[in-house]
Design a protein around this ligand. Structure first.
Ligand code: VG1
Ligand code: CO
Length: 547
């Protein structure tokens, strides 16, 4: 068979709205499946990013519907655009943290991560493409903005007419002069985890009776969790639930929270619960932590992990600093103060941690949205958080509930919840934010029930490393005594708008540390509606999801 490997230039016209959000470009599959749609975006990436002729590109995804197809497209386009090598996960699979690690380990110029993360998958659901740069992290705003501008003017893309690559067989093939290497998606990542954590201590704890359950939600972490938790750490077969990645995640949202991981909650709050429960999201960068009879909020998890990280070999020498996204509770700041290390507050989205990590200014980062990670990669990392918890449990020999109680007794407790109002009409959500922005100036001094506003602003961030400014990153209402409400619109949805309302109340060491979160936040919930007119603007009296 003679294959024509000549580079073809295909004419195209721009699509509206190819602007990456908090984490890449996310759209309905029906949008992505239009002729030239993915091609336009990928070509715009290749046109804008830093890479040398013959550079290496990493490609992988979370296994959702369209994953294999877009991978084949991206491989052909990479060959036509002068890449020298593509590393692609077997079966098209690479979790987001594993992709970050592979980019760093093999000195790639970057990677395409095909995922819409926690959004549902399938022919009528969501797809996404994210570009990560050579440090392994999400492209910063300067790069995503350049990509977007390129999408608005694109008139052609480059490809080659080669047959599909066999993604299921490990090995190397040639695509129009470019090497395509299908790699084991788990091996390098699992080896990294073994270097970071005390696997021997965890194995000993497992042998001594430590039990857990892990819900992979039919998403990308299944193969990683089977290998690491069951095979390497010795947890019983069956510890990993829903461990086979499915194109539609079994019809569920692969979003590890109380709503979408309800089975895990039922197990952990039921009779005979194991010691530890966890789940991860579509692309494996999020984590949900539940102890027997206790949910650990992601903000608390970040603080507890930071306070105990020295118990794991990789962090035994101490932390350089702790960074959290602005809506994440201030619990981690108290740990940073106690450790006498800097605390950073960044806008929502992992891309803002990259500079701090590269500059060695912080070691551990986290977001309230179930994202935690460290300087081992440049993404948040679901299984990393699970393994650090296991390492801590193994060394301390205490339950999650005991560790949490001791933490709060030492640092006080930041009661915290996020209320999401999903699929709102975009105009209603924008009107709410516009009205609230206009009213911020007049809020200080006003009382809402027992709460008195101390300050209110729109959060802006100046990157301490490169000086870049990111404005309009959420509206903050800060109350006397340390409570606060944050309002922002989601940048990852594909349907209408999602309003996120973040509620936080600090209770000092001497206060009530064992109350119900909903009780402790009741005044703040009432204030949020009074301040922002949520019901008036949206017609909703209840959030769609509380996390
Ligand atoms: C959400 C979270 C944010 C997270 C982002 C990507 O963004 O709030 O903390 O970084 O998702 O996570 P938004 O703009 O919808 O609030 V992932 O796991 O979906 O890549
Ligand atoms: Co994710």
């Amino acid at each position: 068979m003679i294959i024509d490997t000549a580079i073809a230039t295909i004419a195209t016209t721009p699509f509206d709205g190819q602007k990456p959000g908090t984490s890449g470009l996310r759209k309905k599959v029906k949008v992505f499946a239009q002729p030239h749609y993915a091609e336009n975006f990928i070509q715009s990436v290749f046109d804008c990013v830093e890479r040398d002729e013959g550079a290496t590109l990493v490609i992988g995804g979370d296994g959702r519907y369209l994953n294999r197809q877009v991978i084949q497209t991206a491989i052909r386009m990479a060959a036509a655009n002068g890449y020298g090598r593509v590393l692609v996960g077997q079966g098209g699979i690479l979790s987001t943290p594993a992709a970050s690690h592979v980019i760093r380990q093999y000195g790639a110029s970057g990677g395409l991560v095909l995922s819409a993360s926690h959004n549902p998958g399938g022919p009528d659901e969501d797809f996404g493409i994210k570009y990560n740069i050579a440090n392994g992290g999400p492209a910063p705003e300067s790069v995503t903005e350049a990509i977007y501008i390129r999408t608005t003017a694109i008139d052609s893309y480059l490809t080659v007419a080669t047959p599909d690559v066999d993604l299921d067989t490990i090995g190397e093939t040639d695509v129009a002069g470019m090497a395509v290497q299908v790699i084991d998606p788990v091996a390098d990542y699992a080896a990294l985890m073994e270097r970071l954590f005390d696997f021997a201590a965890i194995r000993a704890a497992v042998a001594g009776g430590l039990t857990m359950t892990f819900d992979a939600m039919h998403a990308v972490t299944g193969p990683y969790a089977h290998e690491i938790l069951e095979r390497r750490l010795g947890f019983a077969p069956g510890t990993v639930k829903n461990g086979v990645p499915l194109e539609d995640f079994g019809g569920h949202h692969p979003d590890p929270n109380m709503v979408h991981a309800a089975d895990l909650f039922a197990t952990m709050f039921g009779d005979d619960a194991p010691d530890f429960g966890a789940a991860s999201d579509g692309d494996g960068d999020r984590n949900l932590i539940v102890g027997r009879g206790i949910f650990v909020t992601p903000s608390d998890s970040l603080a507890m992990l930071a306070a105990n990280a020295h118990l794991a070999p990789a962090y035994a020498g101490g932390l350089k600093g702790i960074a959290r996204s602005m809506p994440t509770s201030a619990a981690a700041d108290r740990v940073a103060a106690a450790l006498n290390i800097p605390a950073f507050e960044t806008p929502t989205g992992w891309k803002f941690f990259g500079n701090l990590l590269d500059a060695g200014m912080c070691t551990i980062c986290g977001e309230e949205s179930a994202g935690t990670g460290s300087d081992h990669v440049r993404e948040k990392d679901g299984l990393w958080a699970v393994l650090l918890w296991l390492n801590i449990l193994a060394v301390r020999g205490q339950s999650v509930a005991q560790i949490a109680a001791e933490h709060w007794a030492r640092f006080g407790r930041n009661y915290y919840a996020r209320h999401d109002y999903e699929a709102l009409p975009t105009e209603a959500a924008n009107a709410l934010m516009a009205d609230l922005t206009a009213s911020l100036e007049a809020l200080p001094g006003r009382a809402f029930g027992p709460l008195v506003v101390e300050a209110a602003d729109s959060f802006a961030y100046t990157d301490p490393v490169d000086g870049s400014l990111s404005a309009n990153q959420g509206l903050r209402v800060l109350f006397e005594g340390g409570s606060r409400i944050v309002f922002r619109l989601s940048g990852t949805g594909t349907e209408g708008a999602t309003l996120r309302v973040y509620l936080e109340r600090y209770e000092p060491e001497s206060g009530d540390l064992a109350a119900q979160t909903s009780d402790m936040l009741a005044d703040l919930i009432a204030a949020a509606d009074a301040i922002a007119g949520i019901t008036r603007h949206t017609g909703r009296s209840q959030p769609s999801v509380i996390t």
